[in-house]
Design a protein around this ligand. Sequence first.
Ligand code: PLP
Length: 406
Amino acid sequence: MYDVNAIRADFPILAREVNGKPLSYLDNGASAQKPRAVIDAVTQAYEMEYANVHRGLHFLSNLATDKYEAVRGKVARFLGAPREEEIVFTSGTTEGINLVSYGWAAPRLEAGDEIVLSVMEHHANIVPWHFLRERQGVVLKWVEPEADGSLPAQKVIDAIGPRTKLVAVTHMSNVLGTVVDVAAIAKAAREKGVATLIDGSQAAVHMPVNVAEIGADFYAITGHKLYGPSGSGAIHIRPERMAEMRPFMGGGDMIREVSREAVSYTDPPMKFEAGTPGIVQTIGMGVALDYMMDLGMENIAAHEARIRDYAREKLFGLNWLTVQGDAPGKGAIFSFTLEGAGHAHDISTVLDKRGVAVRAGHHCAQPLMEHMGVTATCRASFGLYNTEEEVDRLVSALELCHELFA
Ligand code: PLP
C-alpha cells in the first residue's frame, strides 16, 4: 500500500513553510526534492568515505570507487539494461545528449543528412543538433504534436527519409506530460537503419522504463529529477553504438596510455568519462534510484495517475483557465495560462505567496511555445510525494489569481 504521508516524512523539506504557508512543491519537472536517505548518503560520503575514484592505492579511494561503481549496476537495473557496461555516467541529460552529438553524430553525419526531432523537445535535445546544423549542414526535420498535445509514433516514423540518420525524441514532454510511444519509433527506425536517441529525463521519473524493451540506441536520464543530487546522470548506450563512438571529452581516467606522440583509450564506458566525475552526486543518485525501486515504479506511476486524474478534473473545471494539451495517458504535468490575466510570472508569484511552487516561463521548450502560440505558461508538475490536498491548494491559489487579475 502506497502511504504518501509516510513517503512525505522521508523528505525533510516538505515539512517547511514558505511565505508562512505549508509548502506545496509542484515544480518537480524542474528538479525534485531529496529524501533523507539521499541527504544522509551525501553527508556520509563526504564525512567518512571521500577520496578520488579509480586511483585506488589506499583504503578510502577503493571504498569510494566501490560505492561509485556500484551505481552503474543500479542504473542498469533501474533502466532494465542487460549489462552495466552499457551505462555511461554523465552530469545529467544535457551532457548525455551532447556526448551523443559530439561522440557519435558529429563524426558520422554529413551535410544534407537529417535528424528528426519533435517540436516538443527540451532545448537539451535541440541545441546540440543545431550545433551540427550550424557546423556541418545537418538538416533538422521537425514533427509537430497534435492539437491535444499527443505525438503519434507514426507521425515521427513517417518523417524518416532516406537521408535520416537519427531520430531524437522525448519519452515524456516536460511541458505537457505527453508520453510518446518510443518503442514503436525505435523499432521502425531500426528497421530503416536509423539510430534513435530518447530523452528520458521526465519519463524515467514517473513510469517504469525498460530500455531493452524500448530498443533505442541511446536513452538519457538526469539524477536531480530522480530525487538525487544535481550534477548526476547517466545514458544507456547500445554496445554497437558505443563501439562506433569517439570520446567527447579528453582527460584523466579515460586513457590507456598517453605519450608525446599518441594516445590510446581505455574501454567503454569509462572511455567516455573523462576527468574526476561527480563522485558523491553519483553515489547519491544510486541511493535515490534504490529509494524509487523500493517504492516500486509501478506504484509510483499508479499514485501519480490518481493525482493526474484529480488535477485534470479540477483544472479543466476552471473555465477561465487554458490548460495546454490533454493527451491520453499523459503524466502528471500541467501547463496553463489564465484568460485575461497577467504574465505567467505574475501568476507564479501569487501562487508562491500561498506556498505553491510552480514554474513559469518557456520551460526550455521555445519551439513548443511558438507552436502553442504562447510565450510562456505556468507549469504544475507532480511527483511521488504530492497529494490531492496540494492540488486543492493549487486550485484555490489560482482562484485568487483569477479574482486579482481578471
Ligand atoms: N530534457 C527534458 C525533457 C527535461 O525536462 C530536462 C530538464 O529540465 C532536460 C532534458 C535537461 O536536463 P538537465 O538540465 O538535468 O541536463
